[in-house]
Design a protein around this ligand. Structure first.
Ligand code: G6P
Ligand code: MG
Length: 219
C-alpha cells in the first residue's frame, strides 16, 4: 500500500529548472562556449559541483579545484538573484490542487531535492510547511542518480521504499527513485523520462487517485 509521496522541487513544484539553466548558460558563455536545452537535461537533478564538471567537460576545459569553486559560487550568485524575485505565483500549475488531494488521502509527504537552496525556495513560495520531511542538498552525501535523497526521505517518514511514489522531472531523478525501489512518476516528455513507471506533462494532468491506482496495480 502506498503511504507516501516524495517530491523533487526544481521542475516539479516550481520552475527553478529554467533559472538553473539560465545561470549555467551564462557561465558557459563567459567561459567561451554554449550549452543547449537538450544538453541541460543532463544537468537536471545533478548536484552543483557535478553539474559544473559536466559543463567543463562539454567545453573541453580542465580547471583547478580553486577555480571551480569560484565558478560554482558565481553561478549560485546569479541563480540566487533570479530566485530572489520568486513568489507563490511561481508555483507550477496544478501543484496546489494536487497537494490538497494528497492531504485528503492522508498520505505522508517528503521533499527530495539535491539543491542546497531548497529551504530558501520553499520559503519564497510559501511552501515551507507543506512537507512532513525535507531532505535537501545539505543532508545528503550523494546526489541523484544515487537514491540517497529519496531513501533518506522514506526512512525519516518511517515508510518502506515500496510504499513510496516519487515525482520527478529529471532523468537522474527518475533513475534515483527506481534505484531506491520506488514507483516513479515522470513529469515531462516520455522521450526523455524513459525509465519512469508513469509519465504526465505536469502535476496538473494527474489526480492522486490515478497515481495510487497505477502504483498499486503495477506491483
Ligand atoms: C537540483 C536541480 C539541479 C541543481 C541541484 C543543486 O537537483 O535540479 O539543477 O544543480 O539541485 O542545486 P543548488 O541550488 O544546490 O546549486
Ligand atoms: Mg527537478
Amino acid at each position: 500500500v502506498i503511504k507516501a509521496f516524495l517530491f523533487d522541487l526544481d521542475g516539479v513544484i516550481v520552475d527553478t529548472a529554467i533559472y538553473h539553466y539560465q545561470a549555467w548558460k551564462r557561465l558557459a558563455n563567459e567561459l567561451g562556449f554554449d550549452i543547449s536545452e537538450e544538453f541541460n537535461e543532463r544537468l537536471k537533478g545533478v548536484s552543483r559541483m557535478e553539474s559544473l564538471d559536466i559543463i567543463l567537460e562539454h567545453g573541453g576545459l580542465t580547471l583547478p579545484e580553486e577555480k571551480k569553486n569560484e565558478l560554482a559560487a558565481e553561478k549560485n550568485q546569479w541563480y540566487l538573484e533570479l530566485v530572489s524575485r520568486m513568489t507563490s505565483d511561481d508555483i507550477l500549475p496544478g501543484v496546489a490542487n494536487f497537494f490538497s488531494q494528497v492531504r485528503k488521502a492522508n498520505l505522508l509527504t517528503a521533499l527530495g531535492s539535491v539543491s542546497k537552496n531548497a529551504p530558501l525556495i520553499l520559503e519564497r513560495i510559501g511552501m515551507s510547511e507543506a512537507f512532513d520531511v525535507i531532505i535537501d542538498g545539505t543532508k545528503i552525501s550523494k546526489g541523484k542518480p544515487d537514491p540517497e535523497v529519496f531513501t533518506k526521505g522514506a526512512a525519516e517518514l518511517g515508510v518502506n521504499p515500496d510504499e513510496c511514489v516519487v515525482f520527478e522531472d529529471a532523468v537522474a531523478g527518475v533513475e534515483a527513485g527506481k534505484r531506491g525501489g520506488m514507483f516513479v512518476v515522470g513529469l515531462g516528455s516520455p522521450d526523455v523520462l524513459t525509465q519512469a513507471d508513469l509519465i504526465a506533462p505536469s502535476l496538473e494532468n494527474l489526480t492522486v487517485a490515478d497515481v495510487l491506482n497505477k502504483a498499486e496495480t503495477t506491483r
